[in-house]
Ligand binder design. Structure first.
Ligand SMILES: [Zn+2]
Length: 347
């Protein structure tokens, strides 16, 4: 089969589609004929090396095949699999978990003591075939394209976790989405609008701010050239927003200052810096809260897959590349221009 194989850390030119042994399904697993996958930060870091090497750092065992988002058809099933059959159109929940610890039993798979991510800790879906636990597969109807499905798992599950399960969004709420062009942020913008919230956005280029407004933000500003909390307060007549979706990290002080009393800062990343400085009095004196939301649980995943299957959301896709143009897909995802998901088709 063809796979986008990473042999060593490097730039986009270091990744290309090449022949790789096709895997087989073991007990409880399914072999998926991958039709589409999409790029997340994890894919860029798998190729480039992570920006922060958390102690104790161990070098990954190359070669790597990344790709946590996976949509395709079941090609083969391993022993004991009854939940899916060859030919089923499926989408994969990318969280890998034990199923028996206290968090798994509570339905919080991403809190599992042995939590891992498909495509980060295993070979992923940047290939013509991939193997995954059959229980992680959810069937999708014929009317859902594999391209749309592949845009969903990591970005939309995380976005829903942030604003819904964690942020507790209600119709009529106000939400600020930072870095609105990113996969999770563009998903959060879309899901927050659908939940009946008023959404404000920030983005680093004029084109992305225009796209944020085209996708339903009432206004957008640049988070780089000003203290954006002042802009938020002007927009909300001095109140602040109920939820800030912050994948940037370095922005915490301004994010906290932009919150209403009792508002929630929800964090899924630190792409602009992981050591923010802020005054904790600005947090507790106004009953503001900070939550972490790295991905979502299976219920969060099922919820966004349900919206897609019912035709209630159309994922925001920036561009689509064939697997043979994987280096260009990485360049696009790393560029400051992309708005929404960069999808890679493998069939
Ligand atoms: Zn567990």
């Amino acid at each position: 089969m063809l796979a986008a194989v990473i042999h060593a850390h490097g730039g986009p030119e270091s990744i290309k589609a090449e022949p790789f042994p096709r895997p087989t399904a073991g007990p409880g697993e399914a072999l998926i004929r991958v039709h589409a996958t999409s790029l997340n930060r994890l894919d860029l870091w798998a190729r480039s090396g992570p920006p922060v090497k958390i102690f104790p750092w161990t070098e990954p065992e190359f070669p790597l095949i990344s790709g946590s988002d996976c949509a395709g058809e079941v090609a083969e099933i391993g022993e004991g699999v009854t939940s899916v059959a060859p030919g089923d159109r499926v989408i994969l929940y990318p969280g890998l978990f034990c199923g028996t610890c206290e968090y798994c039993l509570a339905g919080e798979q991403t809190m599992c003591y042995s939590y891992a991510i498909f495509g980060e800790h295993t070979y992923g879906a940047m290939a013509e075939y991939a193997v995954a636990p059959a229980n992680n597969l959810v069937k999708i109807p014929d009317r859902v394209s594999f391209t749309d499905a592949a845009a969903l798992p990591v970005a939309y599950t995380t976005a829903w976790r942030m604003i819904g399960a964690t942020g507790g969004i209600q119709a009529g709420d106000t939400v600020l989405v930072l870095g609105a062009g990113g996969g999770v942020s563009s998903a959060a913008l879309q899901l927050a609008r659908r939940a009946g919230a008023t959404v404000y956005a920030t983005a680093g280029t004029k084109e992305k701010r225009q796209k944020a407004v085209a996708h339903g933000a009432v206004a957008a500003t640049d988070h780089n050239d000003q203290p954006f909390s002042q802009w938020v307060m002007e927009q909300t007549v001095g109140r602040g927003v109920d939820i800030v979706v912050d994948p940037l990290g370095a922005t915490w002080q301004e994010s906290i200052r932009g919150l209403a009393r009792g508002g929630a800062l929800v964090v899924c990343g630190a792409t602009a810096g992981n050591k923010p400085s802020f005054d904790i009095r600005e947090l507790y004196q106004r009953h503001r809260r900070i939550y972490g939301a790295p991905m979502g649980n299976r219920d969060d995943f099922r919820r966004v897959v349900g919206l897609l299957s019912a035709g209630e959301i159309e994922p925001i896709i920036d561009s689509v590349f064939p697997l043979t143009e994987i280096a260009d897909a990485h360049r696009r995802a790393e560029s400051r221009e992309a708005f929404g998901k960069v999808v890679v088709t493998c069939a």
